[in-house]
Design a protein. Structure first.
Length: 83
């Protein structure tokens, strides 16, 4: 099973969209809410080398990017093999 991590925040439509796609794929993920713990936001920025928008998604420690990038992977058929 892949290790899926998502940095998210409250009231974030792009986060909801990304999580909904992952749920549709029936995969589980670890969610880090950057609103509840400011150190998680700093960790996200560090791990993404400067990205500040949420969501930021990692699969097996590799940065996938945000919601748009997750959906682009899905459309191109490259998401399923990663899951
Ligand atoms: N293209 C990005 C858009 C993400 C985005 O705009 N997220 C908003 C929250 S819903 C955000 O983090 N805005 C603050 C910022 O860009 O620093 C994606 O698909 O993930």
């Amino acid at each position: 099973m892949s290790d899926i991590e998502i940095y998210s925040s409250d009231f974030c439509p792009f986060c909801a969209r990304a999580k909904s796609l992952l749920k549709k794929k029936c995969v589980t993920y670890t969610e880090y809410n950057v609103d509840t713990d400011p150190s998680l936001r700093l960790e996200m920025i560090e791990r993404t080398k400067g990205r500040t928008s949420v969501p930021q998604i990692f699969i097996n420690k590799k940065l996938i990017g945000g919601s748009d990038e997750l959906f682009a992977l899905d459309v191109s058929g490259k998401l399923e093999p990663l899951l």
